[in-house]
Write a protein that binds this ligand. Structure first.
Ligand SMILES: C[S@@+](CC[C@H](N)C(=O)[O-])C[C@H]1O[C@@H](n2cnc3c(N)ncnc32)[C@H](O)[C@@H]1O
Length: 303
């Protein structure tokens, strides 16, 4: 089997087969069509096998019925502006933006982080969902694209929630992990007249940012997701959420290794596959991988 029903879902950032060479795309399509004829119908009747999105029309139906009519005006404006940008394939889709907003409200998020801003569609979705004193530490190596969306964010009255840092995210995370509030000197077993070398002296550093974030959205360089995860698990509180975007990576996670793919899809594919395995095996989190957008894995820290 080349793909399976879930491949129908990857039309958020253009059609999934735009990233495969035409002969391969045709092969995948025909394999899916024949599977639909032979096996698929039966699989849909199996208990627990629920694949609802089977066509572009159904996706369009969701957008037109439930997403676009409820999309806040500034988000629509930013989506239109971004559509004219040459890298628009990178933007978060409207349905995923709606999902993020809902999730943030459900968990009452206040202190959040975003890695990978681009023109700011998911950032705006987050900023609109947070309370007025909510915060987003937003990081991107490219400020220019952030500035495309910034006027819309300002007009929406939510720019005060955003602390944008230009540059790679990893050093910022390292700094957040290392930062301490205070260093406490602890002397145990203290008795007058004890010799100094007999005293048990300990320095206790109080980590400033550990467990301080309610939510983090990771939508940047896939080859660093595992490195982000290590640090984010210290920074997110127990019960907090980390959402990793693109965990189905244009369907390439189920494509045969020798299938022709665009260079960047091939390059990041193995990192995404390794991330998915690592998240599934990580007992410190509960996970739920959703076929929204290009695949988003929600991780809830439990220890
Ligand atoms: C898919 S886009 C983000 C899309 C964005 N969430 C949205 O809603 O439009 C990925 C972004 O990650 C940024 N990026 C890539 N490597 C990065 C890194 N090491 N640190 C921070 N940002 C990075 C890119 O500049 C790009 O803007």
């Amino acid at each position: 089997m080349v793909g399976g029903p879930h491949l129908f879902l990857f039309h958020r950032r253009g059609n999934w087969d735009r990233h495969l060479l035409p002969p391969v795309a045709a092969k995948v399509r025909s394999a899916m069509a024949s599977e639909n004829k032979d096996g698929e119908q039966h699989r849909h009747q199996e208990v627990g096998h629920k694949s609802l999105l089977q066509s572009d029309a159904l996706y369009q139906y969701i957008l037109e019925t439930s997403v676009y009519p409820r999309e806040p005006e500034p988000m629509k404006e930013l989506r239109d502006i971004t559509a004219k940008h040459p890298w628009n394939l990178m933007t978060t889709s409207a349905d995923e933006g709606q999902f993020l907003g809902m999730l943030l409200k459900l968990i009452n998020a206040k202190n959040t982080m975003e890695i990978g801003v681009y023109t700011g569609y998911s950032l705006l979705a987050t900023a609109l969902a947070l309370p007025d004193d909510g915060k987003i530490l937003a990081m991107d190596i490219n400020r220019e694209n952030f500035e495309i969306g910034l006027p819309v964010i300002q007009k929406a009255g939510v720019a005060h929630k955003i602390d944008f840092r230009e540059g790679p995210a990893l050093p910022v995370l390292d700094q957040l992990v290392e930062d301490v509030n205070s260093i406490r000197l602890q002397i145990s077993d203290f008795q007058i007249n004890r010799r100094l070398d007999e005293l048990k002296i300990e320095f206790c550093a109080q980590a400033k940012n550990h467990g301080s974030f309610d939510f983090v959205f990771v939508d940047a360089d896939k080859d660093n997701y595992i490195n982000y995860h290590k640090r984010l698990l210290e920074l997110v509180k127990v019960g907090g959420v980390i959402a990793y975007d693109n965990t189905l990576w244009n369907g390439s996670v189920v494509a045969p290794p020798d299938a022709p793919m665009r260079k960047y899809i091939r390059y990041y594919r193995d990192f995404v596959i390794e991330l998915n395995k690592a998240l599934a095996a990580d007992e410190r989190i509960e996970i739920c991988q959703l076929p929204v957008g290009d695949g988003v894995t929600i991780c809830r820290r439990v220890k």
